[in-house]
Design a binder for this molecule. Structure first.
Ligand SMILES: Cc1cc2nc3c(=O)[nH]c(=O)nc-3n(C[C@H](O)[C@H](O)[C@H](O)COP(=O)(O)OP(=O)(O)OC[C@H]3O[C@@H](n4cnc5c(N)ncnc54)[C@H](O)[C@@H]3O)c2cc1C
Length: 421
């Protein structure tokens, strides 16, 4: 028996993990951190796993290692299936949990906008597992091509990436580097001049959340690298062999990666009145979920509408981390019966990388955009800094140096059990 309050956190992503770390060993709280994976995944570098520049373990961190000396944080691995807000309980595949406070930090999942065929045949990139599926299928394609006498290079080696946000831009740039740097040496029998990489974007520019100069520079970089960029282009359908665009033109490809949208990963049991069209949870500036007293939402799942941000705050790692820091401070204040403080979103800027020596950075204050080598160094430094674990930082850094000088993917391993179809 204890008079400590029990906080259950669902999701050990950027937000949930930060909150648990900040309340680690706090005398007023017992914490249960529940995630369906036993590791934290660093999503910004998924694309490097997909193109075999990094191994999955380099961007993942086992949760139990992080809290092995903790006196108040318990880890449970399981899927949260239902939240019963009337009884303050959670149904999960790891059992039933009671909570005094619940923190929902379940992030976002791929949004196919209701198109079942696209969901069935394209590849998402929202988990380490997805990134490994992409990598395996990619390598398997080339292996199939060299062993076949009837393989059609123009169709079967073309890759289409849908969605020109940071994920689509970074992935298509990395695939273009793979195509020019290592594939012709690893598969000399194949003609890679016939392999096309398309990046398709519905709006009129890539990286639409960044400045016009960054969007334009990213497009120039990609086109120089051989990527066919199509803006103002919407995808209508995909049957596993042919992608149909809104004007009914088609692109033949057996390999389509869908990076065109996300929606909140909202667990069952939440009052539908507070779920938005984007499947996020309506939340106030204290990160408290509307119509509740003891439930909070953090990061990508939280929808906080303000006068300036009518579509909610951007779904970024930095936002998730900052909200978690604010909520941790508020839990500490609650323990001392002090007034809790609102979260104040500060735009720090954004960045994306396209390839070796090629990146774009927009700083918010001072308002400044820069590109090329300096932007690439800033991008790498920030991502190394954000990675969890000293060992991971060293390994990723060494891999990047190796890749920079050798121009080769060193981790192109084919795992038999991973084939998607
Ligand atoms: C490919 C990619 C690249 C990105 N690049 C950048 C970038 O460069 N910079 C940037 O700032 N942001 C980037 N983002 C966005 C950033 O990763 C997210 O904003 C951030 O991860 C949000 O943090 P979160 O804690 O809200 O959710 P997440 O980090 O997604 O964590 C959610 C956690 O909840 C768990 N979970 C979900 N549902 C359940 C359930 N029912 N039961 C149990 N556990 C559950 C998941 O396993 C996961 O661990 C990128 C995202 C992607 C997909």
């Amino acid at each position: 028996m204890t008079n400590k309050k029990h906080i259950v956190i669902i999701g050990a992503g950027f937000a949930g993990l930060k909150l648990a770390r900040m309340l680690n060993n706090h005398s007023a709280y017992n914490i249960t951190l529940i995630d369906k994976n036993n590791y934290h995944q660093f999503q910004p570098l998924f694309y490097q796993v997909a193109v075999a520049n990094l191994d999955a373990s380099n961007i993942s961190f086992p949760l139990r290692n992080i809290f092995e000396k903790s006196k108040n944080v318990s880890i449970r691995i399981g899927n949260v299936n239902f939240i019963n807000t009337a009884t303050n309980t959670l149904e999960t595949s790891a059992g039933l949990f009671n909570y005094d406070y619940l923190v929902i930090a379940t992030g976002a999942t791929t949004n196919y906008f209701g198109n079942a065929a696209i969901a069935e045949f394209s590849f998402p990139m929202k988990s380490t597992w997805d990134a490994l599926q992409i990598r395996n299928t990619l390598i398997q394609h080339f292996e199939d091509a060299v062993s076949s006498t009837t393989f059609d290079n123009t169709k079967n080696l073309s890759i289409v990436i849908v969605g020109g946000g940071p994920t689509g831009v970074e992935l298509s740039g990395a695939l273009a580097e793979m195509k020019s740097d290592s594939l012709p040496y690893q598969y000399p029998e194949l003609d890679f001049t016939k392999m096309s990489i398309y990046l398709i974007e519905g709006s009129d520019r890539l990286l639409s959340n960044m400045s016009a100069v960054s969007s334009k520079t990213a497009k120039i970089y990609l086109e120089e690298m051989g990527v066919t960029v199509k803006t103002n282009t919407l995808v209508k359908n995909y049957d596993g062999a042919k992608i149909v665009l809104q004007d009914d033109s088609t692109i033949s490809s057996t390999f389509v990666i869908w990076a065109a949208g996300v929606k909140g990963n909202s667990p069952q049991g939440i009052n539908p009145l507070i779920i938005t069209k984007t499947n996020q949870l309506k939340t106030d500036l204290f990160n408290r979920v509307h119509l509740t007293q003891n439930i909070f939402a953090l990061g990508d799942i939280a929808f906080i509408e303000t006068e300036l941000y009518t579509k909610g705050f951007p779904q970024l790692a930095s936002v998730a981390i900052d909200q978690a820091k604010n909520l941790a401070e508020n839990f500490k204040r609650l323990a001392k019966n002090e007034q809790i403080l609102p979260y104040n979103y500060v735009n720090k800027g954004s960045m994306a990388t396209v390839g070796r020596n090629k990146a774009v950075v927009d700083l918010a204050s001072p308002a400044l955009s820069f590109q090329g080598f300096p932007a690439w160094i800033v991008w790498m430094t920030l991502h190394l800094f954000l990675l969890i674990g000293f060992k991971n930082r060293i390994i990723v850094f060494v891999n990047w140096i190796y890749k920079y000088f050798t121009h080769r993917q060193s981790l192109a391993l084919l795992y038999d059990g991973l084939k998607k179809r």
